[in-house]
Design a protein around this ligand. Sequence first.
Ligand code: PXP
Length: 235
Amino acid sequence: MTTLGVNIDHIATLRQARGGREPDPIHAAVMAELAGADGITAHLREDRRHIQDRDIYILKQTVSTSLNLEMASTAEMVKIAVDVLPHMVTLVPENREELTTEGGLAVREREKDLAKTVETLLNNNILVSLFINPEINDIKSARRIGATHVELHTGYYSNAKGSALVDELDRLRDCAKAAHTLGLHINAGHGLNYLNVSAVAEIPYMEELNIGHSIIARAALTGMEIAVRDMKALL
Ligand code: PXP
């Protein structure tokens, strides 16, 4: 069975829009777990545009499934991870101007620096996943530097149409197989939604899918009716 990691970053984005306390991503994590989420994922970005340090520390105390901390491979983030001790760290590339994570890690170009981060995290009993493009050479590189997991970037698949979609799905399938053969665990995520998720969930060896935007977008709309009714009842 493929499990679901719910990414709660966008709840924090909404909170930061007003700089107040609502909606609290901690509450969203509790509700996601009550609804059956197998894990909670949060990305502490260097610019703190959504998730804040306080969120990560409280999530560590309150998440009862598993906490996956997405972060860049920087000294500051490694220090926080070693202090918080999440179940897993997913290392992602980070560009300040991007709207969301745009591509996978340049693992082959950064093997030396990433290997150091991976080693520190593993020495602290934190599982380490690398968010990579679905490329066999990147999978081999992830294995070389000691990662326990890879998260395959599904953004290319999500954006593809027609025969390109079939090609992208094949690429994900081939990469999952190769990663499994090398002894890596396989997760995937980015751009997955209610229409395109099933085919990815069915890929052999796929363990966990990390999904954020489509779930939070649907929650906003499915919650609209009751939220309006509750307000109307007060007037
Ligand atoms: N996995 C990684 C590494 C990500 O950076 C993101 C986006 O924060 C996701 C999964 C979730 O992507 P989406 O919000 O498109 O579902």
